[in-house]
Ligand binder design. Structure first.
Ligand SMILES: Cc1cc2nc3c(=O)[nH]c(=O)nc-3n(C[C@H](O)[C@H](O)[C@H](O)COP(=O)(O)O)c2cc1C
Length: 222
């Protein structure tokens, strides 16, 4: 066996990693307690460690983080903007479904969900102690949403390891196309893709994830 075949990590390290992976859950109810800025910076550091599309973008400023705290005027501005945004999304989708009846069955449920969010607000924007937007520079070819997914998964796992709850707020991806949203962040419109998450302490600890057995969903192809 060569040295490169020997893992630098122990079985114990792996057991801890597995425990964190299995404990990662979508948390949608947050306690009012505010996690420390130190914890938030550790989560952001984990996000920075995630891969990025180095062939598509150049420079070190490929990824930026924007932290909004519950109760801040700018977060209230974003929450209102998100409501207007889901309203526009619902109207547009409604028109598309009317023009293409074959999509109607699949899309109607989603239109209804958007209309509901227009009333209640978007969960995660103002419902947790922190709402964090991540912006990733759009390159050629565009791969910013894939990079953001890696970044957010790293942040999610680190939040889990710190005992914090995490919720993806995927409407942040569509909001990235909105010039008003970009101006709140202070980024040039059209140059970045965005996505976001809410972070805080969970009201209750959720059970570990349940997924099928790996062998049940794997084909070994010769
Ligand atoms: C692309 C993507 C978008 C998602 N968007 C949201 C979202 O906007 N809000 C939310 O609460 N959960 C969102 N989720 C979380 C999923 O609903 C969740 O991962 C799934 O129900 C499994 O639950 P678990 O995360 O607890 O394992 C999203 C997940 C993915 C992969």
């Amino acid at each position: 066996m060569t040295m490169t075949n020997v893992s630098p990590f122990t079985q114990e390290d792996n057991a801890i990693l597995d425990r964190i992976l299995e404990s990662r859950r979508s948390v949608r109810l947050f306690a009012p307690d505010v996690p420390s800025k130190e914890h938030i910076l550790k989560i952001i550091r984990a996000g920075l460690l995630a891969p990025y599309a180095a062939q598509a973008v150049s420079g070190q400023d490929f990824r930026q983080f924007f932290v909004f705290q519950k109760g801040s005027p700018k977060l209230a501005e974003l929450a209102a903007l998100a409501k207007r945004h889901v309203k526009r999304m619902a109207e547009q989708l409604y028109k598309e479904l009317a023009a293409n009846p074959s999509l109607k069955e699949k899309g109607t449920g989603f239109v209804k969900r958007l209309e509901q969010l227009e009333e209640t607000g978007v969960p995660g924007i103002g419902t947790a102690p922190y709402f964090i937007v991540v912006a990733e520079r759009r390159g050629i070819p565009p791969a910013e949403q894939q990079s953001l997914a890696h970044c957010l998964e790293n942040m999610w796992l680190k939040a889990t390891a710190l005992g914090l709850g995490f919720q993806l707020v995927s409407v942040t991806a569509q909001m990235g196309q909105d010039s008003e949203f970009c101006s709140v962040l202070g980024i040039p419109h059209g140059e970045f893709g965005t996505n976001g998450c809410a972070i805080g302490y969970p009201v209750e600890r959720l059970p570990p994830v349940e997924r099928p057995d790996a062998s049940a969903v794997t084909k070994w192809i010769d």
